[in-house]
Write a protein that binds this ligand. Structure first.
Ligand code: NMX
Ligand code: MLT
Length: 470
């Protein structure tokens, strides 16, 4: 216990230091891009030498600086709190939550271009920000939206690969299959086979990442139409942005749902590098596997119920509460009993807890704000609000849960359900599409910065015991 307290004091201290540098960075990042480039590749190309220099300097001058110590608890405890990789796009502070290139979600909502003045940040704007560290203007975002649309053609065999699976296959299984089929078009693989020089690896990685991001919504929408609707493809609308187009291809055209999709994709895009999906992508890309291979692996991690599948589990659990009592309008006592029943049957409360966060996830908060604005009287939203009051004290009382507060997944399902996307087994696919916007940029930087093959050292149990006995 004392150990955990000192570790968390240390991590708070570290996070404060990180916070200060984040804040300092945010001043820098809060500048709008002034390069005049409307094309993302040109913008990036100008930045690559500067970043390469920074990494070179760090290695040359500070290679032996210690970032912390590694304890047995860390080795046996899922590497919690172990700083072990570089991730450019975002950082998670345990108390404040996510910052995208130094900017909090409210800052992004204020500063990043939306589909209309005051609208939610466009995912294209988040992509530009994560990749370049600069706030794009509307012209740059529109140009990127057009570029993504122009890259979004799906080869027929990708649909056929999905069709080879039974319709009953979980949407995440169909999704990973679709991504693997897209891999056939990898520019990186072609360039590597053609003998491309190491210094230029990042260029075909850029092509693959942008193509992947552009093509995922159409693949994902096909899976939804195939599994839950009539199987007919709704074509991309050339007048719509990325988030709106995804909703449209799924079959939803309510402007409020389009706006929710923009917010949804933006806030799910990135959550620093250590989460299972992002870390998996980085790891799998490290032996120079191309972005499709790396992202398919990431999706398989996302499909775990303690990670991305939690959004599915949350709505299923909320529905089970309603089924138990015959109404969402239940008393605090009834809800308490139900939560205790969940826990005593050996299950977790889905949507609560986190590996890094120690407060309510700001991604939960911004979805709550969206719900308060658009669906304050929805009975399931009201139930979610009640759950947020009742769960934390119960989890705290267990004495072992480090974060009793809601995470991003505690809220998304009721919003999607309200707008008609009621099939909860599909929810993790939405998360997967969104995550490509955070992972893609990092895979490009991994190659631009010459990040090596990832290969940590493991230890046997006997060796660990010997080390501890000393
Ligand atoms: N309900 C019940 N028990 C919990 C919960 C919860 N929501 N959260 C943590 N615990 C338990 C955990 O299972 C562990 O028990 P034991 O020692 O018996 O194995 C104990 O509390 C300590 O766990 P923590 O150190 O607090 O959490 P950890 O960092 O290991 O795990 C999660 C983080 C997110 C896996 C965990 O909080 C969890 O299982 N939450 C529910 C699932 C969920 O919402 N996942 C989504 C996370 C966000 N995302 O999108 O990925
Ligand atoms: C995520 O968005 O990846 C989740 O919150 C999990 C995490 O950060 O560990």
């Amino acid at each position: 216990m004392a150990f955990f307290r000192s570790v968390s004091a240390l991590s708070r201290l570290r996070s404060r230091v990180g916070q200060q540098s984040n804040l300092a960075n945010s001043v820098r990042w809060l500048q709008t891009s002034s390069s005049g480039n409307t094309d993302l590749f040109s913008e990036l190309k100008e930045l690559v030498p500067e970043y390469q220099e920074r990494v070179k300097k760090l290695k040359k001058e500070h290679g032996s600086v210690e970032l912390g110590k590694i304890t047995v608890d860390m080795v046996l405890g899922g590497m919690r709190g172990m700083t072990a990789l570089v991730w450019l796009g975002s950082a998670v502070d345990p108390d404040e939550g996510i910052r995208f290139r130094g900017m909090s979600i409210p800052e992004c909502q204020k500063k990043l271009p939306g589909a209309f003045p005051g609208g939610e940040p466009l995912p294209e704007a988040v992509l530009w920000l994560l990749l370049t560290g600069k706030i794009p203007n509307k012209e740059q975002v529109d140009s990127l939206a057009q570029e993504l649309r122009s890259r979004a053609t799906i080869p027929e065999y990708a649909y056929k690969a999905i069709d080879a699976l039974p319709v009953s296959a979980h949407p995440m299984t169909q999704f990973t299959t679709g991504v693997m089929a897209l891999q056939v078009q990898s520019e990186f693989q072609k360039a590597y086979e053609g003998g491309i020089a190491k210094a230029r690896y990042w260029e075909p990685t850029y092509e693959d990442s942008l193509n992947l991001i552009a093509r995922l919504p159409a693949i994902a929408a096909y899976i939804y139409r195939r599994k839950y609707k009539d199987g007919k493809i709704i074509p991309l609308d050339d007048s719509l942005d990325y988030g709106a187009n995804y909703a449209h291809m799924l079959g939803f055209d309510d402007p409020e749902m389009l706006e929710f999709m923009r917010l949804y994709i933006s806030i799910h895009s990135d959550h620093e590098g250590g989460n299972v999906s992002s870390h998996t992508a980085h790891l799998v890309a490290s032996p120079l596997s191309d972005p499709y291979l790396a992202f398919a692996a990431a999706l398989n991690g996302l499909a775990g119920p303690l990670h991305g599948l939690a959004n599915q589990e949350v709505l299923r659990w909320i529905r089970s509460i309603v089924a138990e009592f015959g109404t969402p309008n239940i008393s605090t006592e009834q809800l308490t009993d139900y939560i205790n029943k969940t826990l005593s049957s050996g299950q977790v409360v889905p949507g609560y807890g986190h590996g890094v966060l120690r407060q309510t996830d700001p991604r939960y908060t911004c979805q709550r704000e969206f719900a308060l604005k658009h669906l304050p009287n929805d009975p399931l939203f009201q139930l979610v609000s009640k759950i947020k009051e009742v769960v934390p004290p119960i989890l705290t009382k267990l004495g072992k849960v480090k974060n009793p507060w809601p995470n991003v997944d505690a809220h998304s399902g009721v919003l999607l359900n309200y707008y008609g996307l009621t099939e909860e087994n599909y929810y993790t696919v939405l998360f997967g599409v969104s995550r490509s916007i955070g992972v893609g940029p990092q895979l490009i930087w991994d190659r631009a910065l010459g990040m090596p093959l990832e290969r940590p050292k493991s230890v046997t149990l006997e060796k660990l015991e010997q080390l501890c006995a000393k």
